[in-house]
Every structure is written in structure tokens, then in C-alpha cells.
Write a protein that binds this ligand. Sequence first.
Ligand code: PLP
Length: 386
Amino acid sequence: MGYNNVVMKRIYLDHAATTPLHSQALQKMLPYFQEGYGNPDSPHFEGRKGMAAVDFARDLLAEKLNAKPSEIYFTSGGTEADNWALRGGAYAMRAQGKNRVLISSIEHHAVIAAGERLRAEGFIVDYIPVNRQGIVEEETLEKMLDKDTGLVAVMTANNETGAIQPIAALCKRAHEYGALFFTDAVQAAAHLSIDTKALGVDMLAISAHKFYGPKGVGALYIKAGTKMQGLIVGGEQERGLRGGTTAVPLVVGMAEAFSLNEGGKSALKEKIAGLRAAFFAALGREGITVNGNEGGLEGILNLRVEGVPNVDLVYAADLEGVSVSAGAACASNSVKPSHVLLAMGLSEEEAKECVRISFGEGNEEADVAAAGKILRGIIDRLRKKI
Ligand code: PLP
């Protein structure tokens, strides 16, 4: 009998790629697919019902992010929020004579690709290096900042290594030079409490499917007074800055998931610490090094497995019921080494031996221990073959 996907118990260790929808969030969403179907911009009863749900979701999200409701703009996800922040921020600052954009070298492709497009449109775009731990140091940014810098983008925590960046300090430096500061908090939001005012940032992106919300919805926080153009033009939705009928069930689900996740963060952190320990106990450390992440997000573990190509390990693990990743989800089908690991100083060969394990709410210690054992078996087998 061959591989049977139906009877095999799966162990999902790829929560940084996406998370399952929380059932309570789903319950909140369901009414807005049918009886609460109104267009929130319509003035009649059905429309007002939709708008009430959207307003409630915006208020809840704003409260949890320590922002004003008017500073929250709904988007189709993290990618749109990242693109908007980069383009909106860069063009707003160009109008003030600042033509330079600084982007950390470990950003998600949504930020890097937006930056490369800005370069093609005449902006000067420079990448900020990171240290061996995958962290942007304050002094490194300080040396790069100049009067032409209009925008600085550094993510809150990295999606491949979990490395947490010193955002408040970096933001302060950028502001000293009159630059806007954007942080992609898409991965961080599932694990850390996000306080926009304490961070001091001008823009911040989140995406619901990383914190047990639905796919296809996110938000961009834009600090009051930041003069930004919209990215998607159309109707007057989102205070004229983001055209398109608001996806009522999705924003409702996002706000509920965010609120539930916020309430459970410290318990999740504790649980994940136990999961990591159980996983390592079963996997062992022989020939395995952890890339970066001292003091980073517990939920994300980037491992270099010496002598084992990551793509082989990911596919073999999948056949044995364990889902892990060779890097960011959008890049894991490509054989290119991770730009994040290269920026941290790994060689191309080393980077191709790295896998990402990301734990989440649905994992139990017995499962992650079983996964550790399965991975160890595969590693030993693959090493013998080479
Ligand atoms: N930014 C980071 C750090 C991410 O990890 C991701 C998703 O992988 C994104 C942005 C893109 O978000 P979305 O999938 O909602 O477009």
C-alpha cells in the first residue's frame, strides 16, 4: 500500500506560513456571509448592519494595537499592506525632497519587491545589513541615515528565524533624520503584544492568517497626520485611501482572532517553550545548529542540518506526515537559498541546509516529540545516502 494521506496523522509545524482559523473567529464570521451580507457603504438597513460590524472590528483592533480606529486601514493582507507602506511612504517623502529608502536585508519579499520597484522608478534604495543573529543594529542604521532618507523599513520579527528587531530604538534614529518608519509586524503579531505608540512607528502591517484569522485580510496602521496616498484607487472606502468593498466577514474574523490571540499570548509563549524542549529532546542536536534567534520568537526555529539538503528533508518529512518548511512559504518551492540566511553570513551551501520549524496553538508535546523522532530518522538516512 502506498502513501495514504487520509489515514496518516499529520503534524503541522509550519505556523509561520499560515495558521488554521480559530473556530470562534469562524463563528463570528459566518452570519456576515449570508444574513449580514449588506454592503457597508450602503445607507439602508442591510448596509448599516455591515458598517456596524466593520466599525466594531476596527475599534477592537485599534484598542489591541493601542491605536485610534481612524489609524487602522483594512487591506487584503500583509502583502498589500507592505506594498502600500513602501510606495505610499516613499512617494510622500519624495514630495518633501527625500528620495532615499532604507530596507533591512531580511525583509519579506513583499517589502523587498516593492522596494525594487521603487528603485526602478528612480528612488535610491539601500539595504541595511544585519548581524550574525539576524538583527539590525542601531549603529548600523545610524551610519546609513542621511538627510535624503525618507523612509526606513525594518520588520518587527523575522518570518524565517524569529529574530526580534529593536524597533523603538531604530524608529527613534530614523525620526532624528526626518524619515518615516515602517515595520512589518506580520509574524510578530501572533506572538508579541503590539503597541504602536510605544514603538513610535508611522506605519505597521499585520495579516490575519498568521494569528488564526482568515486568509485574504490584513491591516495597515498609519499614524494620524502621516500624509500618504492610497495604493488601490477606487471608491471612497477606508477614508478615501483604499478603494474596494470592505470584506465584512474577513475583517470581523480578523478582529476576533486578534483579540483571542492577544488574550492567550502568554499561555501560548509558555506552551511553545515546552514544545521546543520536547522537540529538541527527540531530535537531538548532533550536526544541527540554530540560526539566530537568541531571545527571538519561541515559535520559529531555523535549523541548519549539516549534510542534508533542505528540500530533500522537507519532502521526506511530508511523506512521513510532518509539515516543515525550507524557508518562507512563498519561496519554499524554489531552490534559491534564503536571502535572510545569506544576509546573516551563511554561505549558499549552508543556507540550502536550513529548515524552518514553526510551532503553534494546535501542537502538543507528544506530537512534536514524534516529529522530532521522525526528522532524526530521516536525517540519519539522508546523511548515509550522501
Ligand atoms: N510579511 C511577512 C513577515 C510574512 O511572513 C508574510 C507572509 O508570509 C507577509 C508579509 C505576507 O502576508 P500575506 O500572506 O497576508 O500577503
